[in-house]
Ligand binder design. Structure first.
Ligand code: NAD
Length: 307
């Protein structure tokens, strides 16, 4: 069985937003990358994204010694690679066909990891002959900065090996015990977004104020500890058991009042106008720049806290 220390070259299959970020991360950690994307103009976009990401990784202290080769020939991209990260379009039949082709062409010991956000592993591996080595490894955008990788697989040894590989890239793998649409983190995000939209629908506060309530309150703590641990501290001396006994019933009452909004035209329009107001003329590129600068600062701060 392949040792993760033998992984020196990875294939990034589908080199758009997520693929180029994965590529930058791998190169940041000294791995070489074979990038494949069939779209015209993809190489130029890839180069641009990778250059920017590499500067950010250098600011985090990474050596950036890895190199890449870009091709629009899939067979060429798979030559001599030790690990595959698939980041093609989020479309069930396309993903299924792509994974089955990768599975047919790669030696059996190579792990094939799909970045899929919302497709079930059991569905997308359906046409693969060697299903065990095909896993879901779902990152959070942008993967070169956000540490989380959610892993779904069926073979414990393969999942362990993949988790060790992502750890070697300074990521934080979270292994699911069974598959679930949206995995874990996007379900948590969707639960929160459902309520954020409900609050807009109900006219409780403006889009900008709802966003501010999150970033200036719970969001600050959530970068350091999740909801269970947060409530463990909310229970005082009694910890989580004390919290559940004391404030559990009020949580249940609040759950009963949470909403399921519609996303009809009116609600959509209110969200779109609210976001435009909050963005205050800043372009998506400017907002991304600000997000990434903030993420870099947060990552440095988290390091200080955990040291
Ligand atoms: N965007 C996100 O926030 C995010 C986060 C986590 C995971 N993901 C997942 O990552 C994957 C890629 O998403 P993205 O946001 O990078 O999309 P994207 O559109 O930026 O990139 C997809 C790339 O796949 C290429 N492609 C098209 N056909 C292909 C084929 N047959 N083989 C290989 N590549 C092909 C496209 O040309 C494109 O460059 C999806 O599965 C998505 O669910 C996305």
């Amino acid at each position: 069985m392949q040792d993760i220390r033998d992984i020196e070259r990875i294939a990034v299959i589908g080199a758009g937003l997520i693929g180029s970020s994965w590529a930058a991360l791998a190169m940041g950690h000294g791995l070489n990358v074979s990038a494949y994307d069939p779209a015209p103009g993809a190489e130029e976009k890839f180069r641009h994204t990778v250059e920017r990401a590499r500067e950010q990784l250098a600011a985090l202290g990474l050596a950036n010694t890895g190199q890449y080769q870009f091709t629009n020939d899939l067979d060429e991209a798979l030559q001599g690679v030790d690990f595959v990260q698939e980041n093609g379009p989020e479309n069930e039949s396309a993903k299924r066909a792509l994974l089955s082709r990768l599975d047919a062409e790669l030696p059996p010991e190579i792990i094939i990891a799909s970045s899929t956000s919302a497709l079930l592993r059991s569905t997308i591996v359906a046409d693969c002959r060697n299903k065990r080595r095909v896993i879901v490894a779902h990152p959070f955008n942008p993967p070169h900065l956000v540490p989380l990788v959610e892993i779904v697989g069926e073979d414990e040894a393969i999942v362990d090996r993949a988790a060790a590989f992502y750890r070697s890239l300074d990521r934080r793998p979270v292994v699911l015990q069974r598959e679930m649409p949206g995995h874990v983190a996007n379900r948590l995000a969707s639960a929160l977004y459902r309520e954020a939209v409900y609050l807009v629908e109900q006219g409780v506060a403006s889009v900008a104020e709802i966003d501010a309530a999150l970033c200036n309150g719970p969001g600050l703590r959530w970068a350091l500890m999740g909801p269970h641990m947060t409530y463990h501290l909310g229970g005082g001396e009694g910890g989580i058991a004390g919290y559940l006994a004391h404030l559990g019933p009020s949580q249940v009452r609040r759950w009963q009042s949470l909403g399921t909004p519609s996303l009809d035209e009116d609600v959509q329009q209110r969200i779109i106008e609210g976001v435009a107001e909050e963005a205050a003329g800043r372009t998506i590129a400017q907002l991304e720049e600000r997000r990434d600068e903030g993420l870099l600062a947060l990552l440095r701060a988290r390091k200080l806290v955990s040291e």
